[in-house]
Design a protein around this ligand. Structure first.
Ligand code: UDP
Length: 452
């Protein structure tokens, strides 16, 4: 590998689990091709990401850095206050720090002498890859004169829906009252007849002048200034919508499912080098691996796996309804119940709310954990079904594993995702194979980064 000829790219995700994981997967794929990657996390997430050392050891061209999110250290940083606080703070406090950081990386200067020595080994920063809701990072990269590529952490379908919101407002499809949610929506080309009001991104239920709605409109528009778009999807899955997005961007790299592409690249590498190292996933929470031993004791395809991702919260009524349903189904179940899953005003620990009549059924057939290695769980032969909130990462992981998915979309892009994907396991496998579209598009991205 000719290290000195490789480009240097900065990857900067939005500070949330579902955003950091695919961005870090892309980082590993780029490093696997020898590209130098500086991976920038907010300070808290930098510390929570315990796999940093293992990843740096596995990929010598992967360098982790942190930046302040500008919030006080005792801020709860939960979804309920996310947009108001984090987004505002990133824009006002983190943006100027990011500019300084980019300048230092572009010019290869660092105040700290150890960091300076490390920086000297690195080529000047040549490209920024950032998230779809971080347009302040696009502004910063433009100010410093570095090309920027955007990776929105969502499906092409939902990204397209967000892009069409101004159109929906113009056509008086938005706003609407919380009634007649099954009415078909027009104004999203390519999805005529398919999209109902209930399938639109959850922000579409807000007044059109709501700050969150305005935030998304602005962010989605800003992305069109990027030199290119990377999407964690694959051509066969969303080709009709990709054709609508194509005219808006000079280049779109569809290189998903990223987690599957990484697995296949690392596996190929391991086979040829006889090394035992494997791809690491990025988790900000501690995984409870006891669930794997429990799964080993269950019959083939008998278990329903329930996970609502890292952000979704339940009301007590929703929680109990799921619980009753699961126990009454008589099916073994593995349930990810994060300690923060109840809305904060109902924040008792789960154990305190198990109704007596559900205790026996839960102990006999259920296994409840705070956080699991989800990709491994989905790949386990005992798992036959996946009750999911339809977060895009979980959706791709479910498609890849080929398990039946029961969708309970709750917020953000989840409604669109659940409406638009069917059973595509075989297509996903084709896309990451050596003759597949995602494999080919990743090669193209790597080549283009080298030519920058
Ligand atoms: N995840 C995990 N363990 C769990 C629950 C979730 O590793 O117990 C991972 C899951 O594999 C997925 C990510 O967390 O990659 C959640 O991202 P997604 O886009 O599905 O949902 P979000 O958390 O953004 O709502």
């Amino acid at each position: 590998m000719e290290m000195e000829r490789q480009p240097h790219v900065l990857l900067f995700p939005f500070p949330a689990q579902g955003h950091i994981k695919p961005m870090l997967t892309l980082a590993q794929l780029l490093c696997h091709a020898g590209i130098h990657v500086t991976f920038l996390n907010t300070e808290l997430n930098h510390h929570l990401l315990t796999q940093r050392q293992a990843l740096s050891a596995r990929f010598p061209t992967l360098h982790f850095h942190s930046i302040s999110d500008g919030l006080p250290s005792d801020h709860p940083r939960t979804i309920a206050v996310y947009y108001q606080d984090i987004v505002a703070s990133l824009r006002s406090k983190t943006a100027p720090l990011l500019c300084q950081f980019l300048i230092s990386k572009k010019n290869n200067v660092d105040k700290d002498s150890a960091a300076a020595a490390a920086a000297a080994q690195l080529p000047p920063l040549g490209c920024v890859i950032t998230d779809g809701i971080m347009c302040f990072a696009i502004d910063a990269a433009e100010e410093v004169g570095i090309p920027v590529i955007v990776l929105p952490i969502t499906s092409a379908c939902s990204f397209w829906c967000y892009s069409c919101i101004p159109n929906l407002i113009q056509e008086a499809q938005l706003p609407f009252e919380d009634e007649d949610m099954d009415r078909i929506v027009s104004g999203v080309p390519g999805m005529e007849g398919l999209l109902r009001r209930r399938d639109l991104p959850s922000i579409c239920r807000m007044p059109t002048d709501h700050p969150i709605m305005q935030f998304y409109i602005k962010e989605t528009k800003a992305i069109t200034r990027a030199s290119a778009l990377i999407l964690n999807t694959f051509d066969d899955l969303e080709s009709s919508i990709l054709s609508h997005l194509a005219p808006r961007f000079s280049k779109i790299y569809t290189i998903g499912p990223l987690h599957a592409l990484l697995k296949s690249r690392i596996k190929d590498d391991d086979l040829s080098s006889s090394s035992s190292s494997a791809a690491a996933t990025a988790s900000l929470r501690q995984e409870d691996r006891r669930c794997m031993t429990w799964l080993d004791t269950q019959r083939l395809g008998s278990v329903i796996f329930i996970s609502f991702g890292s952000l979704v919260k339940l009301t007590r009524v929703e929680l109990l309804e799921f619980w009753h349903g699961l126990v009454s189904s008589g099916t073994p179940f593995l349930w990810v119940l994060r300690s923060d899953v109840l809305w904060s005003d109902e924040g008792e620990h789960m154990g305190q709310v198990i109704p007596t009549e559900l205790e026996m059924g839960t102990k006999e057939r259920g296994f409840i954990v705070d956080w699991v290695p989800q990709e491994e769980v989905l790949a386990h032969e005992a798992v036959g079904g996946f009750l999911t909130h339809s977060g895009w990462n979980s959706t791709l992981e479910g498609i890849w594993a080929g398990v039946s998915m029961l969708c309970w979309p709750k917020l953000a892009d989840q409604q669109v995702n659940s409406r638009c994907v069917g059973r595509f396991a075989k297509l996903a496998r084709n896309s990451v194979s050596e003759s597949g579209s995602s494999y080919h598009n990743l090669q193209q991205l790597i080549q283009d980064l080298r030519n920058l």
